[in-house]
Write a protein that binds this ligand. Structure first.
Ligand SMILES: [Zn+2]
Length: 182
């Protein structure tokens, strides 16, 4: 059997953005593909991105919570203006489950001791990104239908595609085609 994660790459550059990117072709209903199709897929993804070392036991309920959070996060990221208050509820829940380290500076953590902790861990990771990350560098791929999000780390902020070999390549091929026709 082929590995459903074959060729998986961290396009987003951070856990929250990679979570959003577990949906491929988000803006193309005909091609939309959700890689978190069942709890096992989610537990595999957690290991794949390095959040945990072993697979967590994940319930359907946790899977739904993670996916709901993923969609909320996507909307906050791409809406203009963003409605970050949509994150209030998942963040409050996360803090109820979080531990506060004894030492300073203050540091909240959600240990991944079981699957139920996962949505809270992801919510805190998203907060960290949106609180301290360079928001102007977070962008959506320009590929039609793609919908993947990434942080642009290029010096001149010129990244346009999720991947130059993917959407970037398609755009080049299209330009070439259009030029040939014209
Ligand atoms: Zn793309």
């Amino acid at each position: 059997m082929s590995d459903p994660w074959d060729g998986y790459d961290s396009v987003g550059g951070s856990v929250p953005l990679d979570l959003v990117n577990t949906v491929s072709w988000r803006r193309d209903p005909a091609r939309r593909d959700d890689r978190l199709s069942d709890p096992v897929r989610l537990s595999e993804w957690v290991v794949l991105i390095g959040l945990g070392e072993e697979r967590l036991e994940i319930s359907e309920e946790v899977l739904e919570a993670v996916k709901a959070f993923r969609e909320t996060l996507y909307r906050v990221l791409v809406s203009d203006p963003p409605d970050a208050s949509a994150l209030r509820k998942p963040l409050l829940a996360a803090y109820r489950h979080a531990e506060l380290a004894a030492s300073l500076p203050l540091r909240w953590t959600v240990p991944l001791t079981d699957g139920a902790a996962l949505p809270h861990r992801l919510a805190l990771a998203a907060e960290e990104l949106l609180r301290s990350g360079d928001l102007a560098r977070i962008r959506e791929c320009e590929g039609p239908g793609c919908g993947w999000i990434f942080t642009d780390h290029t010096r001149n902020r010129s990244r346009r595609w999720c991947s130059s070999s993917d959407c970037g390549n398609r755009a080049r091929a299209k330009r070439h085609y259009d030029k040939g026709r014209g």
